[in-house]
Design a protein around this ligand. Structure first.
Ligand SMILES: Cc1cc2nc3c(=O)[nH]c(=O)nc-3n(C[C@H](O)[C@H](O)[C@H](O)COP(=O)(O)OP(=O)(O)OC[C@H]3O[C@@H](n4cnc5c(N)ncnc54)[C@H](O)[C@@H]3O)c2cc1C
Ligand code: FES
Length: 287
């Protein structure tokens, strides 16, 4: 199987596949777990998988019942299949069960699903580089995107923000020291919002030659969208909505499109251009 071109949407094989979990480690207040997908393709950055564990899913109380959506945080072809890395924050029954996975356990995956990030030149003709802005658990898809951009020789600056020490992690997925950090409680980096760091970069002369890619809580995405719109900088936002199926059948993830209709975030997103929506403050999204 060939590796996808940068930004190429990869189509999921039909049905779900059983994968073996190979690791699960703490990363700040989050956890990173990996599983080897024996027959699936390599995903594109920004795509996601619907995940469920083989055991301890939908137990006596029935929860968690449906599979849960997860951005792929990194992926690499290796002997036996494609290693998929996920970053998880335990916020409820599904994420808590996934966070407790042990090596050797089995994970059901369906994916890769959805629309991935597009390379800067496809987002805006004049964009030669990228600025990645992540907030909280939303740093996950930016890790694989940064690695793929660098492999393609495209410069990428990374800004990551966290609420506090407990609600932070995932830095192990970024094997570089050039990340600028912000935290609302001041425990690391700039004391304030990650969008403060973005504002400084967008004041620079080279802002017009960059495309901005963001993933994080709705308020952060909306701030990024507004700042980029004001300054005429193109941006893509990886968004979230409650997803029951992940492949376009249930319409549970529909959000308003700027043209007046609706888009399903699982097939038309989760990555949308900033100018495709009026607001990133989508009801039901975000933690
Ligand atoms: C495309 C996509 C990618 C995602 N990637 C990741 C990831 O990489 N890592 C990660 O930890 N989580 C990710 N999520 C969020 C994750 O799917 C939800 O946190 C999870 O479904 C919650 O399930 P639960 O059973 O643990 O909790 P639930 O009991 O279902 O919900 C617990 C809390 O989370 C909120 N919530 C539930 N689902 C969502 C959702 N989809 N978006 C926002 N808030 C939600 C609820 O309102 C509630 O407050 C992603 C979601 C989407 C749509
Ligand atoms: S999650 Fe079912 S249509 Fe999007």
């Amino acid at each position: 199987m060939r590796a996808p071109r940068l930004g190429e949407r990869v189509i999921a094989p039909l049905g779900r596949r059983r994968c073996e979990v190979t690791r699960n480690l703490a990363s700040g207040g989050y956890r990173i777990f990996s599983a080897v997908d024996p027959t699936g393709p390599e995903p594109a950055a920004g795509q996601f998988y619907m995940l469920a564990t083989d055991s301890g899913w939908g137990g006596d109380g029935g929860r968690p019942y449906l599979a849960r959506a997860f951005s792929v945080a990194d992926a690499e072809r290796q002997e036996g299949g494609v290693r998929l890395d996920f970053l998880v924050q335990a916020v409820g029954p599904g994420t808590s069960r996934l966070a407790a996975l042990e090596p050797g356990e089995e994970l059901w995956v369906h994916g890769p699903l959805g629309r991935p990030f597009a390379p800067p030149r496809e987002v805006a003709e004049e964009a030669a580089g990228a600025i990645l802005v992540g907030g909280g658990i939303g740093v996950a898809p930016l890790a694989i995107w940064r690695r793929q951009l660098l492999a393609a020789g495209i410069p990428a600056r990374v800004l990551l923000g966290f609420r506090d020490r407990v609600n932070s992690g995932g830095l192990d997925l970024f094997d570089c020291s050039e990340i600028r950090l912000a935290s609302e409680d001041g425990h690391t980096g700039h004391h304030g919002f990650v969008t403060d760091l973005l504002a400084v970069l967008l004041e620079g002369d080279d802002a017009a030659s960059a495309a901005v890619y963001a993933c994080g809580p709705p308020a952060m995405l909306e701030a990024v969208r507004g700042m980029c719109a004001e300054r005429g900088v193109a941006c893509e936002l990886a968004m979230e909505a409650p997803m029951a199926c992940g492949f376009g059948a249930c319409f549970g993830c529909a959000i308003p499109h700027v043209d007046g209709g609706y888009v399903r975030l699982c097939v038309d997103g989760p990555v949308l251009r900033g100018d495709e929506i009026e607001t990133a403050l989508v009801p039901g999204s975000g933690h």
